[in-house]
Structure formats: structure tokens, C-alpha cells
Design a protein around this ligand. Structure first.
Ligand code: ASP
Length: 600
């Protein structure tokens, strides 16, 4: 008699003492198989966990015989009697460890080829293979749990926003370019020969149009597409919590996000995080941490010693200072203990990100107890410059001072990197700390020396601070934006801004970004037009759901938060996408390929 698998009693991981004495129908996959002196034990697994089933040759010879044929990952249905395990045999490591099921019948629903890797928590298999057999990989507990946590996070977010009066509204995927600083994924149109859709880098312009429509609180958990250069922690398609509100200031948007993240932290980690989150200006973040997404779980702040360094007769300091650069440093408490090997490795790694070297000194104590510099570049210091640099940096005997002397941007880059790297390598990051932070007052524009133009730091729809609107034409470099990023433990969770809601200001910003009036019309006619019809003041933000899941589950890779991610080369080993298409499909789209010779 087939077992009615559609009538399962409960999930495997939910079988417990409450079922003792009852007959249960369970379905799942064979995790493991053991034959103990004739008695066959299997662990049956589904998405909730494991339960042990026992087959006794004496009492259930037929079931026992079938059980003998079971192998890893066979899909089976079992009917059995749930019993408390005998005294002393309970397994405290298993949620169902108090019971076992005496299998009376077993039916093989399907067999399995020998799995290419074991469905275990820890496996050494390379990622390409895991992704090729993702359906097996997703049977593993850590992966399953990551997807379950992802589901709970998304559900919590939706419930929260619903309670706050937000409406989830879908926006198109086949659309026009939405500039967020990446390349577009393009979809050629069959109906309009030679024309292409772009997949959205974000729903930015649609959510602004929704504000103009009067939907004053919008949210969406939405897929975005960005064809970015291959970086370890990026996926070509990723998910955002996107939101927008009308009639608000930055603090109102921030308050909603604080409430949302508090709720998520309560649900996922059962903790209360303090709100409001601290605010830090972009300027302070760059000065003290060298980065616009500071990790505030540890100190190691950057110190400016430019003035004190002017007294040091050392070319590496003098030249950048003369050219308007800076000399700044990080003081590693107790770092004088660091071995030569440690500092050499740091130097080499720092060179890898472009630095010429890593000037350093160890701080010792002179006879009078005052700091003296040893090793590294110590010979360039006089007693006076030693005292000045020690005072400016706050270094004490026993510390290590690591310097960077270059343009301000490079000094920030090197010291920001050193700070994070040292904290990680020296175990200075406290566990179980969740430091949320708002970074505010970003600059509006960034000047690119290569092509001599300004680019929007956030995106071109971000409003300048009211007091800076007048600087748009004369001094764009010093114009600050009503933009804010939310940072968690040194990772940017998301960013947003108050938007420009006046067509004339929007046009001025486009002008400054060197978009000709024709380009403005071609790309953004619909926005400029819509801004003529009573746009409300509005602003919003988008948070990366994948990153959020990664941080909250402790996953080591962003890919472990996706069901079916792409590799770092933007390829899907499972479906082998992207793949070729038939000539007829290309013809329909009026496309002719012109491939580089190697790929022809
Ligand atoms: N559209 C922006 C982004 O994707 C977020 C925002 O400004 O709301 O980063």
C-alpha cells in the first residue's frame, strides 16, 4: 500500500514527545543510514531538521528489507510509531532527540544518484560545484537557515511598513536607465527595432513619480540590476528594501528605518538596539576613520599630525605636505610588541592597494619616561619632533605609530584600510556588538580628475542642503547633500536622500553634471515633465537586503544569502546562464553579433 505522503503528520524536525504513542507519517530525504546488528537506523531530513527512524527485522521484516536499500538523499515516506527513546539514549543535540520512530512501512518515492558532495553543515567543496548543484547545497542546514532568516527578515519588514501605513507598489523591470553609478543590463526590443530597455539599477525615478501621484508612503522589496565590475561582494541582481515618503525631512526617513531595524533585530537576534542611531558627518567620518562607513566597534582613530610632521626632516613627509597633502597616523595601543613579520605583511598588503610604503615607529620610554621613537623611520625624528608627533597622536610608550603621507584622499584610503585590517588581524573587534550609525551631510559632487568633470556622489536626484543651493554653480565641490547612509558594523547597509522636487533645481544639477539640454530631454523628459505637476517635497532610502541577511546570519559570503546566485564572474553554473541564443532570436531583435576574435 502506498503511504499517503500528502497526509504527513508533521515536519521531521517538529516530531517530539507530544506525538509519543501515536502513528505518524513522515516524508523527507535520507541524511544517514546505519546498520546496528540487524537494526537499521536512518536520519530523515526535511527543511526543519532531522528525526531518527528505526527499522526492526523481527517486528517489521518488509519495512526493514526496504530500509536496507535506502541510500543518502533518497526521497522517502515513512509510517511509524513514535516512541520516547529509552533512558540514557536521548540525543540532546537533536531537536527531536527525545523520541524515535519505529518504522512500520517505508516507501521509496525516488532514488538519488550519489550526491557530488555530502549534505553536511561543513563541506570543503569548491563554490562552483556548490552552485552547479545548488539544489543539493540548499539542503544543507546553514544554507537552509540563511534562506529561512531571509524570509523572516522580509516578512518582518513588510509587516512593519504595513503598520506604518506604507503601500507596497511594484515598479517596472523593463524600463529606461536609472543612473546609480553602474552599467545597465539591456534588453533589446523586438517591437521597436534598434531600441532597448534597461533593467532598473533601482526604482528611484518610479518611486519619485509615485510621490507625485500622491502615494505618500511607498515601499517595495525589489530586485535591482547592476552590471558592475566584478567585486567579491556584489551580485548582478540583488534585492533592496526601497522606500520613499512625502512631506518629510531626513530625520523622518531615518526614524522609520530605525524602527524597522529595531524590529528586525528583535525578531532575528532577540535584542533591543538603542535608537536613535548615532549621527556622524561625512567630514568627521573621513577625518577620524578614513572611510564613509566607519566601524565604530573599536577605536584606532586616525590622528592628523601634519603640523607636527612639518618639523621632521623626512622627504616622504615633506613632499606631500608641500603639495597640500597630509600626514596622518594610527596609534596601535601596545603595538610595539608587533613582530617584524606582522608589520612587513601589513606593508606589503598596503602596497597592494597603492601605497608606496608604510612608515612606522615603535614608541619606547626615555629615561625621563617621555616617548622615544625606535625602529622604522625613528632616525628622522629630533627630540622636539618626537614630542610634537607624540602629543598630536596621543601615542604612549609601548604603542606603534603607523603613518600615511600623501594626498588627503590617499591618506584616508590607506589609514582606513589599515584600521580595519589591524582590528581584524589583532582580534580587536568585540563580538555581539551591533553598531548602527548614520553618516550624514555627504558632498553632492565628486570631481573626477581623469575626465575633469563632476559626478553625483549619491545620484543626480539628491537635493543640496538649502544653504548650499547658491553654491551649485560657483563652488559645487563644497556643496553638501541632504543624503544619509545607514552603516552597521562598518558595512553600508543602505543610503538615501531628500530629493530635488523643483524642476529648475533639477535642471541646474543636470547642467552641472554636463548633461546637455538635449540629453536631459532624452533621458529624463518624463521626470522634468512630472516635476511641473505639483511635486511634493519627498525623500527616501534603500537598504540592501542581501547584505542585511549576510550580517545578521554571520554568512561569510553574500552568495550564501541568495537562493541561486551568480559566481564572481556573473555566471550561473547551474543553468549555464548567460548562454547562446538561436540565430532566429537574434534576427527577430535585429541584432548582429560582432565578437572579439577569441570568443568568435
Ligand atoms: N535609489 C537609491 C539606491 O539604490 C536609494 C535611494 O536614494 O533611495 O541606492
Amino acid at each position: 500500500m502506498p503511504i499517503p505522503y500528502n497526509q504527513r503528520t508533521c515536519y521531521c524536525g517538529e516530531a517530539g514527545a507530544h506525538l509519543a504513542g501515536q502513528t505518524a507519517i513522515l516524508v523527507g530525504w535520507v541524511q544517514s543510514y546505519r546498520d546496528h546488528g540487524g537494526m537499521v537506523f536512518i536520519d530523515l531530513r526535511d527543511r526543519t531538521g532531522l528525526v531518527q527512524i528505526k527499522f526492526n527485522p523481527e517486528t517489521d521484516p518488509i519495512a526493514h528489507q526496504t530500509a536496507g536499500k535506502l541510500r543518502a538523499e533518497f526521497c522517502v515516506a515513512v509510517r511509524g510509531d513514535v516512541a520516547m527513546r529509552p533512558e540514557g539514549l536521548a540525543n540532546p543535540n537533536l531537536s527531536t532527540g527525545a523520541i524515535e520512530v519505529n518504522g512500520r512501512e517505508v516507501e521509496i518515492l525516488s532514488t538519488s544518484a550519489t550526491p557530488v558532495f555530502e549534505v553536511e553543515d561543513e563541506i570543503e567543496t569548491n563554490e562552483e560545484t556548490r552552485l552547479k548543484y545548488r539544489y543539493l547545497d540548499l539542503r544543507r542546514t546553514p544554507m537552509r537557515e540563511a534562506l529561512m532568516t531571509r524570509h523572516r527578515i522580509c516578512k518582518t519588514i513588510r509587516d512593519y511598513f504595513d503598520e506604518q501605513g506604507f503601500v507596497e507598489i511594484e515598479t517596472p523591470f523593463l524600463t529606461k536607465s536609472t543612473p546609480e553609478g553602474a552599467r545597465d543590463y539591456l534588453v533589446p526590443s523586438r517591437v521597436h527595432p534598434g531600441m532597448v530597455f534597461a533593467l532598473p539599477q533601482s526604482p528611484q525615478l518610479f518611486k519619485q513619480l509615485l510621490m507625485i501621484s500622491g502615494f505618500d508612503k511607498y515601499m517595495q522589496i525589489v530586485r535591482c540590476f547592476r552590471d558592475e565590475d566584478l567585486r567579491a561582494d556584489r551580485q548582478p541582481e540583488f534585492t533592496q528594501l526601497d522606500m520613499e515618503m512625502s512631506f518629510v525631512q531626513a530625520e523622518d526617513v531615518q526614524r522609520v528605518i530605525e524602527g524597522c531595524m529595531s524590529r528586525v533585530m528583535r525578531v532575528v537576534h532577540d535584542i533591543d538596539i538603542p535608537t536613535p542611531f548615532p549621527r556622524m558627518t561625512y567630514e568627521d567620518a573621513m577625518r577620524d576613520y578614513g572611510i564613509d562607513r566607519p566601524d565604530t566597534r573599536y577605536e584606532l582613530k586616525i590622528r592628523d599630525v601634519s603640523e607636527a610632521a612639518r618639523g621632521v626632516d623626512f622627504r616622504v613627509f615633506a613632499e606631500p605636505l608641500a603639495a597640500g597633502g597630509a600626514v596622518r597616523c594610527i596609534v596601535v595601543p601596545g603595538g610595539a610588541q608587533m613582530t617584524r613579520k606582522e608589520t612587513d605583511t601589513l606593508t606589503e598588503d598596503l602596497k597592494g592597494i597603492g601605497a608606496g610604503g608604510l612608515p612606522l615607529v615603535k614608541v619606547g620610554a626615555g629615561q625621563d619616561g617621555k616617548p622615544v621613537f625606535e625602529t622604522g623611520i625613528a632616525k628622522f625624528f629630533t627630540p622636539e619632533s618626537t614630542a610634537a608627533v607624540s602629543a598630536a597622536s596621543g601615542a604612549k610608550p609601548g604603542d606603534l605609530i603607523l603613518f600615511a603621507a600623501d594626498t588627503v584622499a590617499n591618506v584616508c584610503k590607506y589609514l582606513g584600510w589599515l584600521r580595519e585590517t589591524i582590528a581584524r588581524r589583532r582580534g580587536m573587534i568585540p563580538a555581539n556588538l551591533w553598531n548602527f550609525l548614520w553618516v550624514v551631510d555627504f558632498p553632492m559632487f565628486e570631481f573626477n580628475t581623469e575626465d575633469g568633470r563632476f559626478y553625483a556622489v549619491h545620484h543626480p536626484f539628491t537635493a543640496p542642503r538649502d544653504e548650499d543651493i547658491g553654491k551649485l554653480e560657483n563652488d559645487p565641490g563644497s556643496c553638501r547633500a541632504k543624503a544619509y547612509d545607514v552603516v552597521l558594523n562598518g558595512i553600508e547597509l543602505g543610503g538615501g536622500s531628500i530629493r530635488i522636487h523643483r524642476a529648475d533645481v533639477q535642471e541646474r544639477v543636470f547642467d552641472l553634471l554636463q548633461l546637455t539640454p538635449e540629453e536631459q530631454q532624452l533621458k529624463f523628459r518624463f521626470l522634468l515633465e512630472a516635476l511641473r505637476y505639483g511635486p511634493p517635497p519627498h525623500g527616501g532610502i534603500a537598504l540592501g537586503i542581501d547584505r542585511m541577511v549576510m550580517l545578521l546570519t554571520g554568512a561569510s559570503s553574500l552568495r550564501d544569502t541568495f537562493s541561486f546566485p551568480k559566481t564572481q564572474r556573473a555566471y550561473c553554473p547551474l543553468t549555464e546562464a548567460p548562454g547562446p541564443v538561436a540565430q532566429s532570436q537574434l534576427d527577430e531583435l535585429y541584432l548582429r553579433l560582432s565578437l572579439p576574435p577569441s570568443k568568435g
